[in-house]
Ligand binder design. Structure first.
Ligand code: PMP
Length: 998
């Protein structure tokens, strides 16, 4: 039992022995009494060993610290005034109590770090290996018998685990683990031994205070140091280093890689790692259960209980063989133990494509690229099996094939998705070769063997009919897998049947039978079945491919074919070329830019197959590479694309469709190529209309990158490199009711008064103002909704003074607002000119100006209006298709419903995280403002968030005058499911240390 010492006693003890007047505060300990001592600006750790502690043990402890003096991760023991490294006193019970003091390792506990990233785990591995190296300079080692925390002494749990209140499946798992481990005990006992720390748990690892990029600062508590198997140290480090990880295998591999870079792990050691990790977790659970019984008041003893129980579940559900393959890879061995042997043996026993298919030989094969960056695979082929069939069968004399280790975008069903440490991820890397042969094509065994598996896989985009055959190759087994066959309930074959090389085993299934694919054979080779029962993965995560490709070697080997390999793109070369050819102020998003190769609906795909949910791109309004829009463009491009100097129906039908979306007053339309051009033209029109070059703008407004639009864009002319406010520009302060100049009840009125003042001032001095330009929700300025009454009053006064009202709908138009089709409609006003862009062409450059008859007439002053590309048949066809998509798929309604749902969810998040000061916006045009308690903008948090979200597979952007607003403006096909995923990941990132810091 622990004995309580009061702080005064400790303080006077320290004063008399160390001659410092320090403050003592008790801290946690298992059996000893521990104190944090502070003296001036320094801190120390003071330990009083438990009663009956062996003096030799204390001596061992101080010798360890002495030896580790040069190790940068450990504390130095402090000599007392008699130059002793430790000493003793006699307590009230007449017991000898040893004590010592060391300096305090500054930093924070590993257990408090969130997120723990892979680079930190790797560093943990490196530093823990360095520690082991240094520990082995300690000469005489204190021996402990029957030490519960020694993994080599695991047998003690055998007599305990059944007696404790553990769940039945926990008991069964531990039973199985021990019986397995006992089988290999002899081998384990022979592994190299050395002195290890033995308790690098998450509360004994000190990490630096940096919240963004923390480093390992130190290791504490050498009380469990023992001489035992070296691999135990790595197992223990892994065990605590992966707590809370959703990718425990990858996370432990990082630690292993680090450790292995300092101390080379041996093959026979790796084999025990999986079990040893589980043994350590089991010991922790059992110890904590025992402690609950014995010392229920010492909560410190159950500190890891919850984490360890969760980890036990997670770790024991993993396949040991698979984990060991990953671990072997991390240590530089071939992941699958038989990989090299197989490669050698199979060279002497090759089969061929003509064995597999009988009628096809390798001359008739043609490799096809179905990778995420494939130029052959247009998006429409991904979900339309019939179209895919047509294209694949277009060259009937050849058989398309290929795809080994290809990163593909086609595995988009939920069966391929999981939540990992890197967000919602899909398995994308293909492990077999596909042969795109016709339905009913006969399939033959590639070698003699025994049917190991014959099933129908019913999952969407699964295998359908599936056969796996086991083959013997000298003293190793290998397996061939034939997927996407016909209904195997009709097959006469059964598990255990002997099959001869070339014997027919089945036929290619129809789309109905084969998991919904265009008919083809998925052929894969495996060197192990791991524990898979009715299927076997045909795809893996991209970052797992080194390990999986060792388990599933390239089938080209056995089929004696050699398909050409696509050369990977060197992203560094792209970066260099960008620097060489493009201007430096053409910026890229994110700290580490992403190389995107495909867009599909609300997703973008990078070259390595990673799928990103896009919440930024409002240009891809009806979805990236929307199939109908793409086809409309392709078709019209193949027929006619010319300028507006000829009669053409497309421009007229677009104009009719477009104008039908506006009130009757707005009856004329002009076509240009961008939002900037639309605003440029609108300004020119108002200039001609009012014969004046003076404009009212809003603070934070952005209207384009041309000279004139820059002149009216406060967001630009005020920012770095901008020219400042031009003389002909009059500014209204940003009508931001949350953090703007005026807030609260009279805000709307006060903002209006600012406009009133400008108008009064200019009319008194006969300074005619031409127009006021505004965005219905100020976007780049920070997703600011305008006060409703404010705009209504603006409308009235502008009319009275014949000032044109230009509403820039470049961001807000085309149904995004949900409730209304256009942004201005939210405010019950009708502007004189509306400008359009971005979403209008879903990525194709088209913009437009819509105005009243009157303005149009005045604009026609003799000077011809002409734009070479504006209004061409292709652009008009595309814009027409965009409008059609919005209408036919009821996307405005979707923006309304999903937007409302998402906003509600974000508001709930704001209650949990006060950093989110305001959630605002309409439909799928939302802003989330990050501020501290004093409403001071938190741009660094916004930048952190955006970059972390990108790492976790969600594209976001930050903007606003203070760059502290997260703008959410996804394609308006964004769904409730997407919103849930977004909020799940936001919740995770908002909970991270940097986001929670002051
Ligand atoms: N107006 C607004 C409100 C905008 O947000 C933008 C572009 N961000 C533009 C005009 C200019 O459009 P573009 O870049 O297509 O010329």
């Amino acid at each position: 039992m622990k004995k309580k010492f009061n702080s005064k006693f400790i303080q006077s003890l320290i004063f008399s022995k160390y001659e410092i007047k320090a403050k003592a505060v008790e801290i946690n300990g298992e059996t000893d009494d521990n104190f944090k001592i502070t003296y001036k600006n320094k801190s120390f750790f003071f330990k009083i060993y438990a009663e009956n502690t062996d003096k030799k043990f204390v001596d061992f402890q101080v010798r360890i610290l002495e030896i580790l003096k040069t190790n940068k991760t450990t504390a130095n023991n402090i000599l007392n005034h008699q130059n002793k490294l430790f000493d003793h006193f006699i307590d009230q019970n007449n017991e000898i109590r040893y004590y010592r003091m060391n300096n305090w390792v500054d930093g924070r506990l590993w257990s408090s770090v969130n997120p723990v990233k892979n680079n930190l785990r790797k560093e943990l591995g490196i530093e823990s290996a360095k520690l082991v190296k240094d520990l082995n300079k300690v000469k005489s080692i204190y021996k402990r018998k029957d030490f519960h925390w020694d993994l080599a002494n695991f047998q003690w749990i055998e007599s305990h685990y059944k007696k404790l209140e553990l769940k039945e499946d926990t008991i069964n798992t531990i039973k199985e683990l021990l019986s397995d481990f006992n089988k290999n005990l002899k081998k384990y006992e022979k592994l190299r031994k050395c002195l290890i720390h033995n308790d690098l748990n998450d509360n004994n690892i000190i990490v630096s205070n940096s919240l963004v990029n923390p480093k390992i600062k130190g290791f504490i508590d050498f009380g469990d140091c023992i001489k035992t198997q070296l691999i135990n140290e790595l197992a223990i480090t892994c065990c605590y280093g992966i707590i809370n990880s959703l990718s425990p295998i990858q996370s432990s591999c990082e630690i292993i890689k680090g450790f292995n870079s300092i101390i080379k792990i041996k093959e026979e050691e790796v084999d025990f790692l999986y079990d040893l990790i589980l043994i350590r977790i089991s010991i922790s659970i059992i110890k904590s259960s025992l402690n609950k019984k014995l010392q229920s008041d010492n909560k410190y003893l159950q500190i890891s209980d919850k984490d360890m129980n969760l980890l036990f579940k997670k770790w024991s559900s993993l396949n040991k063989e698979l984990v060991t393959c990953f671990f072997r890879e991390a240590c530089g061995f071939t992941p699958n133990i038989n990989q090299i042997k197989f490669q050698k043996l199979i060279n002497k026993r090759k089969s061929s494509v003509s064995v597999l298919f009988k009628n096809i030989n390798s001359n008739k094969l043609k490799e096809i690229d179905l990778s995420v960056s494939s130029k052959w695979l247009t998006n429409e082929l991904i979900n339309d099996v019939d179209l895919f069939k047509q294209k694949i069968n277009s060259q009937s004399d050849l058989t398309f094939c290929g795809g080994y280790l290809e990163n593909r975008a086609v595995y988009n069903s939920s069966d391929y998705e999981r939540l990992t440490d890197y967000g919602f991820e899909n398995r994308t890397t293909h492990l077999g070769i596909d042969f795109w042969v016709k339905e009913n094509t006969s399939i033959h065994a590639i070698d003699d063997g025994i049917i190991k598996n014959i099933v129908n896989d019913k999952t969407i985009k699964g295998y359908g009919g599936l056969i796996i055959i086991e083959h013997k190759l000298k003293n190793i087994n290998y397996y061939s897998l034939y997927g996407h066959l016909s209904d195997q309930n009709k097959s006469e074959l059964k598990i255990g049947d002997k099959i001869k090389k070339g014997e027919k085993i089945g036929e290619i299934g129809s789309t109905k039978e084969n998991g919904g694919w265009c008919p083809h054979l998925h052929f894969q080779i495996m060197l192990s079945l791991l524990d898979f029962k009715n299927d076997f993965p045909g795809v893996c995560m991209e970052y797992e491919k080194k390990t999986w490709s060792s388990i599933c070697p390239n089938p080209e080997l056995i089929l004696d074919i050699n398909l050409s390999k696509k050369k990977p793109v060197d992203e560094n070369k792209l970066k260099t070329a960008r620097q060489k050819y493009l201007g430096n102020n053409l910026k890229m998003s994110y700290d580490l830019p992403v190389y995107m190769v495909r867009g599909f609906n609300q997703f973008l795909y990078s070259n390595n197959g990673k799928k990103y949910l896009d919440t930024v791109n409002n240009i891809a309004h009806v979805g990236h590479q929307n199939i109908n829009v793409t086809n409309a463009a392709k078709n019209q491009m193949g027929i006619l694309n010319t300028n507006t100097r000829y009669l053409h129906d497309e421009i007229l039908s677009l104009s009719k469709n477009l104008l039908s979306k506006f009130s009757k007053k707005l009856s004329k339309v002009y076509y240009v190529n961008s939002g900037s051009e639309a605003n440029e033209l609108a300004i020119r029109m108002s200039n001609i209309y009012n014969q004046s070059d003076k404009y009212i703008v809003m603070e934070g407004g952005y209207h384009g990158n041309t000279n004139k639009t820059l002149e009216v864009s406060n967001y630009k002319y005020k920012s770095k490199g901008g020219k400042g406010k031009p003389k002909n520009i009059y500014e209204i302060p940003m009508p931001d009711e949350y953090r703007g100049k005026y807030r609260g009840k009279n805000a709307s009125e006060n903002y209006f008064k600012e406009l009133e003042k400008i108008i009064q001032r200019t009319s008194n001095s006969n300074d005619k103002i031409s127009a006021m330009i505004f965005e219905p929700i100020i976007s780049c300025g920070g997703q600011i909704e305008l006060p409703k009454e404010f705009l209504k009053k603006c409308r009235k006064i502008l009319t009275e003074h014949n000032i044109i009202m230009i509403c820039d709908e470049v961001q807000t138009g085309f149904g995004r607002m949900g409730e209304k089709y256009w942004g201005y409609e939210l405010y019950d006003i009708i502007p004189d000119i509306i400008t359009l862009g971005k979403p209008m062409g879903n990525g194709h450059p088209i913009g437009a100006v819509v105005c009243t008859q009157n303005i149009s007439e005045k604009f026609d002053n003799g000077l011809e209006f002409f734009s070479s590309f504006g209004g061409n048949p292709v652009s008009c066809k595309i814009a027409n298709e965009v409008i059609k998509e919005i209408d036919s798929k009821k996307l405005q309604l979707n923006a309304d419903k999903t937007g409302l749902y998402l906003k509600t969810k974000l508001k709930q998040l704001a209650k949990k995280f006060p950093l989110i000061g305001d959630v605002r916006g309409k439909g799928l045009f939302i802003g989330m403002e990050l501020v501290n308690e004093q409403l001071y903008p938190q741009a660094d948090k916004a930048v952190y968030l955006v970059n972390r979200m990108k790492d976790l597979g969600i594209l976001m952007s930050n903007d606003g005058l203070d760059k502290n607003v997260i703008k959410i403006k996804p394609p308006i096909i964004f769904s409730i499911e997407d919103s849930n995923k977004l909020v799940t990941i936001l919740d995770k990132v908002f909970g991270e240390d940097f986001m929670l810091s002051n």
